[in-house]
Design a protein around this ligand. Structure first.
Ligand code: NAP
Length: 297
């Protein structure tokens, strides 16, 4: 029998994920820090909880998707946090991208209450969240993943058990190193194409299906060409993920040469007040260096 589901955090990602759980017919209770965001979910058949604690009290499995490590900590262990409503046997699934080390500490604190925990960060952007096609990389026990699987399948297509608690977050950082490297290459290539007098859309469709193809090139390249900086994923959150990757790399003694460069390019954009634009606005840092802009379609 389906369990009672709670969902905490209805931002760009959480909104699409919670919608898909409701659409699949599950019994869903939502909570968001800014309460007005819950209205559309109540209209769609969900319940709204007063606090994370109230949601945790009412539900068997609590999904979380908020911004950063301190935000997950606040939602789980702050005043009226989920921990106050959790009891032995319940399961928390964290879809946020946060510190792997903090994740292991949160899992231990919950374990002391008899509460199970999976770190299950996602990839696939706002599009994947809306369509239910996310890639979900999970750290934790296999039996907890089996328990969560029907709900995960409503939100994602590729569900991969990658290791113990914390391993999901480590794989997500691997993902982010790849994402920003692809975005930097796409931005540099588009500027090069423009300087060469090429039709950017034609150049993009000529290369996107070959060895140079990437999700960032296919999905964010056209947005760059249209100078559409609306975020699927904000620069502020992208910068946060690179900070997490650099910190973990530092602890392991691994040089992250390209990632640290891109981290600093994003920092320059934040300093210009562009933190809420999409991560593809990385091209603006290169435009500044090049002294010209992508003309736009
Ligand atoms: P977002 O649109 O900025 O939404 C953030 C959500 O977190 C909002 O619901 C916000 O509540 C809530 N929140 C933030 N701080 C909080 C706090 N201290 N206490 C309670 N709630 C808090 O972000 P998003 O794009 O959905 O990203 C959410 C997570 O998914 C992040 O960890 C991100 O790195 C990860 N992610 C995002 C993408 C993407 O493409 N967007 C892809 C993969 C993974 P309010 O509504 O009150 O502000």
């Amino acid at each position: 029998m389906a369990e009672k589901i709670g969902f905490l955090g209805l931002g760009i990602m959480g909104r699409g994920m919670a919608r898909n759980l409701i659409k699949a017919g599950f019994d869903v209770t939502v909570w968001n820090r800014t309460p007005a965001r819950t209205d559309e979910f109540v209209a769609a058949g969900a319940r709204a909880g007063e606090s994370p604690a109230a949601v945790a009290r009412a539900c068997d499995i609590v999904f979380v998707c908020v911004s950063d490590t301190p935000d997950v900590e606040a939602v789980l262990f702050g005043e009226q946090g989920a921990a106050a409503g959790l009891s032995a046997g319940k399961l928390v699934v964290d879809h946020s991208t946060i510190s792997p080390q903090a994740t292991r500490a949160f899992a231990e604190k919950l374990s002391a209450l008899g509460v199970r925990f999976l770190d299950a960060p996602v990839s696939g952007g706002s599009e994947g969240a809306a369509k239910g096609t996310l890639s979900i990389m999970i750290g934790g026990a296999a039996e907890d993943i089996e328990r969560a699987r029907p709900y995960l399948q409503a939100m994602g297509k590729t569900i991969t058990h990658v290791g113990e608690q914390g391993a999901g977050q480590m794989v997500k950082l691997v993902n982010q190193i790849l994402v920003v490297g692809n975005m930097l290459a796409a931005a540099e290539a588009l500027l090069f194409a423009q300087a060469g007098g090429l039709d950017l859309s034609k150049a993009l469709s000529a290369v996107a299906g070959g060895a140079a193809g990437s999700w960032m090139l296919s999905n964010r390249g056209p947005q760059v060409i249209a100078r559409d900086w609306r975020p699927g994923f904000t620069i502020d959150l992208q910068q946060k993920d690179l900070r997490l990757a650099l910190r973990a790399g530092d602890e392991m003694g691994v040089p992250l040469v390209a990632t640290s460069l891109i981290y600093n390019l994003y920092r320059t954009l934040q300093q210009q007040g562009l933190g809420s634009e999409g991560n593809h606005a990385l091209v603006k840092a290169l435009e500044h260096l090049a002294g010209f802009e992508i003309k736009g379609a």
